[in-house]
Design a protein around this ligand. Structure first.
Ligand code: SF4
Ligand code: SF4
Length: 272
């Protein structure tokens, strides 16, 4: 269940029975809500009838008995543009002892934000006030934001193995709504491919090929065309692997192969 579906589920469970009610409760666009409603209906988790929306035996995604308690990490670490709050700077509206001083008129982002720990998806060592790591789900990504007081915490255990596991799940679900696992730590951005860390992924995408069960060789694309060429090369390597059981992976991260690759790959791999 993605973040939009989860938000809609919560809104309906909380008593929103109309489109307007769900929009008010979630802050999502009508289109996103409509998509979420359709997906929920298909999964028989929600019905629409003359009385509006009704949840039907919604699964307990996770027992959500947790409370933020002493944590204010999202008011400190995340960016909230609506109140001019940059990353890693405590919000101007936060006051010790009081909490959010504009609680009743806090921005929509603050109203709807629920981290993965609070949702019950992570063990207690992930409590953001203790771990310095905030995880939250968006439509196509697991987003990991790290407190700049401990910028490498996400590389430590048990955090890294869990993130690598999520990343592999996201990669395997390609074609069935895969997702990316992204880490923001200070000014640095990373993408995880299992246990392989891709620093500063580009907007054009990253092509990758499995090396072991949880590590990958990757190439960062510099344009749409480049991504296309990289995918062609990977497809050729995979075909040769299937046919001959192995294939050399030539070149380095930055090379820009031109098709066709097959004769060169076969020669390099010792298959001709
Ligand atoms: S980071 Fe999570 S637990 Fe901490 S205050 Fe925000 S929502 Fe609550
Ligand atoms: S406006 Fe309130 S809830 Fe939002 S970041 Fe600032 S202190 Fe936190």
């Amino acid at each position: 269940m993605d973040q939009a579906m989860l938000s809609v589920v919560r809104a309906v469970e909380a008593g929103a029975t109309t489109m307007k009610g769900v929009i008010d409760a979630t802050g999502l666009s009508r289109l996103k809500i409509e998509r979420a409603l359709s997906a929920l209906e298909k999964q028989k988790l929600l019905v629409r009838d003359g009385q509006g929306f009704r949840a039907t035996g919604l699964p307990k995604t996770a027992p959500n008995t947790r409370q933020c308690g002493s944590c204010n990490a999202c008011c400190d670490v995340l960016e909230v543009a609506a109140v001019d709050k940059p990353v890693n700077q405590l919000c101007q509206h936060w006051q010790t002892g009081t909490g959010c001083t504009i609680y009743d008129r806090r921005p929509q982002m603050c109203r709807s934000f629920v981290c993965a720990w609070l949702q019950g998806h992570l063990d207690d060592e992930w409590f953001p006030a203790k771990s310095g790591i905030i995880v939250h789900f968006s439509q196509d990504a697991v987003n990991v934001t790290v407190d700049d007081h401990c910028p490498d915490r996400w590389r430590e255990e048990p955090y890294f193995s869990k993130l690598a596991e999520w990343s592999l799940n996201g990669i395997r679900r390609i074609g069935n709504r895969g997702y990316a696992t992204l880490v923001v730590s200070g000014a640095n951005r990373f993408m995880l491919l299992g246990r392989t860390v891709v620093p500063e992924p580009t907007l054009f995408g990253t092509a990758f090929l499995p090396l072991t069960a949880d590590t990958f060789r990757f190439w960062k694309a510099t344009s749409q065309d480049h991504l296309q060429r990289l995918h062609e090369r990977i497809a050729e390597i995979e075909r040769i692997r299937q046919e001959f059981g192995s294939c050399v992976i030539p070149g380095n991260e930055d090379d820009d192969p031109q098709a066709p690759y097959r004769p060169a790959l076969l020669r390099l791999s010792g298959h001709v």
